[in-house]
Design a protein around this ligand. Sequence first.
Ligand code: NAD
Length: 250
Amino acid sequence: FLSGKRALVTGSTSGIGLAIARALRAEGAEVILNGFGDSDEIAALCEELGASHSAANLLDVGEIEAMMAEAGPLDILVNNAGMQHVSPVEDFPVEKWDQVIGLNLTATFHTTRLAVPAMKDKGWGRIINTASAHSLTASPFKSAYNASKHGVAGFTKTIALELAQSGVTANCISPGYVWTPLIEGQIPDTMKARGLSREEVINDVLLAKQPTKKFVQPHEVGALAVFLCREEAGNVTGANWSIDGGWTAE
Ligand code: NAD
């Protein structure tokens, strides 16, 4: 049902973004990938998805502007690229704070402001922001991440209101823990910050949050993104959709 629609998914060379790109492609959308990685692996993904790829670093506004100009008018924008840093606030490296806020929050503002005019002209558009359970609740040692994701949730509500009569919807998807390289990468620092073993971090910190005791699967997040693109989701806007194994119900 998405043939003829063009979708840009940021941070889609890995993890959740890749799963969303695959899910949109499976419904017929033309997909533009973005993100870093091994050039052969990215070429294989482009081949698999009939996609193009932008290597834009979303910490650089000039590179975002070039990516958006090259992408042309979009029907679907998925702001998904994100990063984490785990540290007590008093030791939080200042440059890491700027990067986490820059990628998770500020880049979402830039892509959105550049995508909105064409969506308004067409009278149709879908903006989907990958927020997090940490847009609704907090865990210690993730000050920048939690601030950025609460910011994404507030930004999404605001643009949903601005665009409410334009045919363009804006929503957040807020996953709990999804097993991706982002999660794997934070295990060593969480071990250090909390003085725990790897097993303890997985079972007593990560899965302790999720009543289902299961990691969310990337393809489940992809299916939710597809739903938000349906015509039947035209009245779903300004919402923050949890997919977190019950985490935020507690
Ligand atoms: P991931 O590390 O697997 O993928 C991150 C993607 O972003 C990659 O494609 C990477 O190349 C890209 N990226 C990183 N820095 C970039 C930059 N400066 N410019 C452009 N692209 C950049 O992570 P993931 O777990 O799939 O996370 C995707 C999103 O989901 C993030 O916003 C994350 O905060 C959010 N999220 C993840 C989880 C989880 O449990 N994995 C939970 C909730 C929310």
